[in-house]
Design a protein around this ligand. Structure first.
Ligand SMILES: Nc1nc2c(ncn2[C@@H]2O[C@H](COP(=O)(O)OP(=O)(O)O)[C@@H](O)[C@H]2O)c(=O)[nH]1
Ligand SMILES: [Mg+2]
Length: 178
């Protein structure tokens, strides 16, 4: 990479089905490297989703003048600690996805946020997904719960929408690149 170029790593994490792969795909300007696999575990079977992220999704995009963002989508499930150990170096911010249709996703997001903030000195943003699939008021309730984390960005986004994803990313970056 040329000397005047800067690359920053952003972690995208959250529960199963929260939209990690979708967000990496939507934001990436290169063909993302996806490590999805067919779902085999009985706990995860039966839902509509047929694949899950087993390791990492990787994507890349450019923002502003020569700033390259590397996106790492990593599952917030049992392999998270292992993944975090590997990825720690160079992560400058994290987006924690919260699936509005899945109550345990909120709890998982809070656990992840606790882990991240205790281990790394980086800003995080909560992104509430699937708000189109829940009743009015549900998203506000989730926002209320998450507001325990002071100073943390909380937005509702649809990971399938590039503008919404990018807006959140820029907001997170603005907490870092100042
Ligand atoms: N309706 C709706 N579907 C969504 C939204 N976000 C993600 N999805 C869908 O949810 C499914 C799971 O997303 P995926 O990115 O595979 O989740 P991952 O397990 O976190 O990687 C996909 O079919 C997405 O298209 C959303 O905001 N609204
Ligand atoms: Mg995935």
């Amino acid at each position: 990479m040329a000397k005047d170029k800067k690359a920053f790593k952003i972690l995208i994490t959250g529960s199963f089905g929260s939209g990690k792969t979708t967000l990496v795909k939507t934001l990436s300007e290169i063909d993302p490297l996806l490590t999805e696999r067919k779902i085999t575990s009985s706990a995860e079977k039966g839902k509509e989703k047929k694949t899950t992220t087993v390791a990492l999704d990787m994507g890349k995009l450019k923002i502003g003048d020569g700033i390259e963002i590397h996106l790492f989508g990593a599952p917030g499930q049992e392999r998270f600690d292992f993944m975090l150990d590997i990825l720690q170096k160079g992560i400058i911010g994290a987006i924690v996805l919260v699936d509005a249709t899945n109550p345990s996703s909120v709890e998982m997001a809070m656990n992840i946020a606790n882990k991240l903030t205790s281990q790394l000195d980086i800003p995080i943003a909560f992104a509430i997904t699937k708000s189109d699939l829940v009743e009015n008021g549900a998203v506000e309730e989730i926002k209320n719960v998450l507001s325990d984390f002071e100073g943390v960005i909380i937005e509702s986004i649809d990971p399938r929408d590039k503008n919404q994803g990018k807006k959140l990313l820029v907001k997170l970056l603005s907490q870092i690149l100042v």
